[in-house]
Ligand binder design. Structure first.
Ligand code: CDP
Ligand code: MG
Length: 801
């Protein structure tokens, strides 16, 4: 049967099916994967239909095997423009694209030139590439230049259930390939792969595939039962790190062999847990009791009581699935008993208290270097138990072998968008019930497992959403709309999104983009908008960078954008003490009239710091980690800035280099920086309300078009005493009594008419727009770089040399 399918496929793709020389151990390990039974059905389905959905439990082999099925069936034997035709596989996460491409190359016994990956700024792809793993954003960019994707015979959209914005857009775009008028010959095959979550959003979606019923191939799960233990009280409220260390220590001391997988939120918490666990269970067998008195003390204190719910691998939404008996039991018992496959309690097994083997602790998060990531797939050193402390990347994207215990904080770091202030920020929140079920399921791949949830079942029932919201509905729509317009999609409202974002969000986004002059009044994209769309940052920042390139102050704006982006990721540059003392980096020292100048002064001073960057930051009350991140981003933005000049392909620029130190700006350059901020935040202008000011109140009220109530300059701002008449701010923060403007810059009223004409309604007449205003280019005054004002960045009076 399989041969028949392969012959048929080979006929269609005018070369014979490809022979692969896999290593014997690979042949053996593949044979165990549930997806192997489905190879024939998948190829047959693709013969019948141009779109196929594959739905299967995580770890069933979708990501690693489906591209191999296609490769062997001859999907890469043709040529396009002198290059081998390729299979594209998209992943929402870079870490998955990189790691899986290496794995598949190894399984096929091919080089990384033939099975390659491409993520932003990094690519191993060559003319010989046959299978290319890439992030979904990279393929979306490729579609912009070739809508028919002629280089590819098949596109595999992996992890569709993650509902990343790019994946949703890709599915929408590629669904158009099935509309008769845009069909290509031979047709591009589309395979949508998903864990067993909400496939109906794609399958039964009339907007997406109005003319066809999609074949869905279900891959049988090989999932053992996992016993889920809820904490009686939620333990992660105050100190998730301590709660995790405590629970892992208990599991490791008391439960039999098997890996422990911990789900946490982000890099710094993960590294903290890893460090504490390594201290508690050093690599050579040391009795844990002696190893870390601190952890031991915490462990003894344990009084929280667990309840158990039998978990059969089913997901929330199956009404009678995750229901289970609830019973109070002592914490010690909950970690000290096993259950057999059928869920019967075999009674307590022998507890290996105090005689713990060494623990081999590994972190896993997106920013971890590839070599370190790969370690989690290798067996631990002999006599060690593997413990992987991961972000939700280990939820469905990467399957780590031999895990039997899951410790779940229930938390996820998520990008949130504040409607009120228009600000994006990362925040830690509860994950969804569906994600929690996926996390638990990771413990049941090699045998029956246990999942320890560090939150109560009441919290799980009441505070967890059933499913995570698709990213497209959470993120501000301005970036999305700009991307779509750049692809020539005029009516974004009519686009077949798997889950469409709210109409009002799309309308607001269009309004903002018109204000930024990225769109014309009729909704068509402008030249400025096209340039902005090339930069993978939010449109306001893209506008700042585009203008900065034009007006030769790119390095300054890139530094400001880097600071703001890092701040959005919750890494504050100034240590709290720096705020308390009158910050030396305040722009008064530069005469800048902008909080951005404060940021520039800090970043620039670090570039010139005579001692090591770390001790310099320490003395200057700056957070070293923030400076490291900011400098990384500055380098990235510098590369992106070059794209604006050269129109080069993003992915081809993979070199890294370090930037020259940032020279202090002249007063004129700082003025350009302020004008550029205004041009990017034309709807964030506030005017001093002199009539409403009270002499006894040092804080002066401002009026702005964004909110009806008065707003105030934030206390930390460098402009809190000067109270200029007009201010542009970057965001609003709701205090307990008042609303504060953050990231302020003083502006000249004469600029308003040119740079923010739409926001000029303050109830008092303002200057008329100048006749030569060039809306398309946002004509701000141009200052050439070259003459520098102060020759040193202003430094605090402390002795730093
Ligand atoms: O995509 P899906 O979740 O269905 O499964 P997969 O990622 O293809 O994983 C199939 C198997 O390959 C699992 O047992 C993984 O542990 C293994 N694998 C590996 O050993 N090394 C990798 N870099 C990736 C996967
Ligand atoms: Mg997968």
């Amino acid at each position: 049967m399989r041969e028949a399918a392969l012959r048929k496929r080979a006929r269609q793709f005018h070369e014979s099916a490809v022979t692969v020389n896999r290593l014997p151990e690979i042949v053996e390990s593949r044979a165990d994967l549930p997806i192997m039974k489905e190879e024939y059905r998948i190829l047959e389905a693709l013969d019948e239909s141009d779109v196929v959905v594959i739905c299967g439990e995580t770890g069933s082999g979708k990501t690693t095997q489906v591209p191999q099925f296609l490769y062997e069936a001859g999907y890469c034997t043709g040529e396009h423009e002198g290059q081998s035709q390729q299979i594209a596989v998209t992943e929402p996460r870079r870490i998955a694209a990189m790691s899986v491409s290496q794995r598949v190359a190894h399984e096929l016994n091919l080089s990384d030139k033939e099975v390659s990956y491409q993520i932003r700024y990094e690519s191993t792809a060559t003319r010989m590439t046959k299978i290319k793993f890439m992030t979904d954003g990279v393929l979306q960019k490729e579609i912009e230049s070739d809508f028919a994707l002629r280089r590819y015979t098949a596109v595999v959209i992996d992890e569709a259930h993650e509902r990343s914005m790019h994946t949703d857009v890709l599915i929408g775009l590629l669904s158009r390939n099935n509309v008769p008028e845009s069909r290509r010959t031979p047709p591009l095959k589309l395979i949508i792969m998903s864990a067993t979550l909400r496939v109906e959003d794609f399958v039964k979606n009339q907007r997406l595939f109005p003319t066809m019923t999609l074949p869905v191939i279900h891959v049988d799960a090989r999932q053992y039962p996992v016993t889920v233990h809820f904490a009686k009280h939620t333990l992660v409220d105050s100190d998730p790190t301590a709660a995790v260390v405590k629970k892992v220590s208990q599991v490791h001391r008391r439960l039999p062999a098997g890996g422990i997988l911990v789900f946490m939120t982000g890099q710094s918490e993960i590294l903290d847990v890893c460090r504490r666990l390594r201290e508690a269970f050093p690599s050579r067998s040391t009795p844990a009791k002696v190893a870390s008195p601190k952890v031991e003390a915490e462990t003894v204190e344990v009084k929280d009581v667990d309840t158990e719910v039998e978990f059969s691998g089913a997901l929330p939404g199956d009404e009678d699935a995750s229901e289970g008996e609830e019973e109070d039991m002592d914490e010690d018992e909950s970690v000290g008993r096993e259950r057999s496959h059928d869920g019967a309690k075999p009674g307590a097994f022998s507890v290996t208290e105090g005689a713990a083997e060494p623990l081999y602790v590994l972190p896993l998060y997106a920013a971890l270097p590839a070599k370190m990531q790969a370690k989690v797939f290798a067996p631990p050193p002999p006599g060690h138990r593997l413990c992987v402390v991961a972000t939700n990347v280990a939820e469905t994207s990467l399957t780590i072998p031999n895990m039997r215990y899951v410790v779940d904080t229930g938390l996820v770091k998520d990008l949130l968008f504040d409607e009120y202030t228009g600000v994006q920020r990362f925040d830690v929140s509860w994950t969804s019930q569906a994600s929690a079920a996926q996390r638990a399921g990771r413990a049941g791949r090699v045998g029956p497992g246990h999942c320890y949830r560090l939150y109560s079942s009441a919290v799980f029932q009441h505070d967890f959403q059933k499913f995570s919201e698709p990213e497209i509905c959470k993120l501000p729509a301005d970036g999305l709309v700009l991307q779509m317009k750049a692809m020539g999609i005029e009516k974004v409202v009519n686009f077949p999104f798997p889950t469409p974002p709210a109409q009002i969000a799309l309308q607001r986004a269009e309004k903002l983009l018109r204000q930024l002059n990225a769109l014309q009044d009729d909704g068509k994209i402008t030249t400025l908008g096209k340039a902005m769309a090339q930069l993978p940052v939010a449109p306001r920042f893209a506008k700042m960078l585009t203008l900065a390139r034009h007006y030769k102050c790119f390095d300054y704006i890139a530094a400001v954008v880097a600071c703001l982006t890092v701040k959005v990721r919750m890494v504050e540059l100034f240590l709290p003490a720096a705020h308390a003392s009158t910050s030396v980096f305040h722009s008064r020292a530069l005469g800048g009239g902008a909080d951005a100048a404060t940021l520039l002064a800090a970043v620039g001073a670090c570039d010139f710091g005579a001692c090591s960057q770390f001790s310099f930051c320490e003395k200057m009350l700056l957070r070293h980690k923030a400076i490291v991140e900011i400098n990384k981003l500055r380098e990235q933005l510098d590369r992106q800035g070059e794209l604006l000049d050269t129109q080069a392909e993003q992915a081809e620029d993979t070199k890294t280099r370090s930037l020259p130190p940032l020279q202090p700006p002249t007063a004129a350059q700082l003025e350009t920086v302020r004008q550029i901020i205004l041009a990017a935040f034309p709807d964030h202008v506030a005017r001093l309300d002199a009539d409403a000011s009270r002499a006894d109140d040092p804080m002066k009220p401002y009026i702005c078009t964004k909110v009806p109530e008065p707003v105030y300059i934030e206390r930390q701002s460098s402009m809190r005493d000067s109270n200029p008449e007009f201010i542009v701010f970057m965001s609003l923060r709701q205090g307990t009594k008042r609303t504060y403007m953050q990231g302020c810059a003083m502006i000249d009223r004469a600029w308003l008419a040119r740079l923010a004409p739409q926001s000029c309604d303050f109830g008092k007449p303002l200057p008329q727009p100048e006749p030569h205003y060039d809306a398309e280019r946002d004509d701000v005054r141009c200052f050439q770089r070259g003459t520098f004002g102060p020759h040193r960045w202003p430094l605090p009076p402390t002795d730093v040399s």
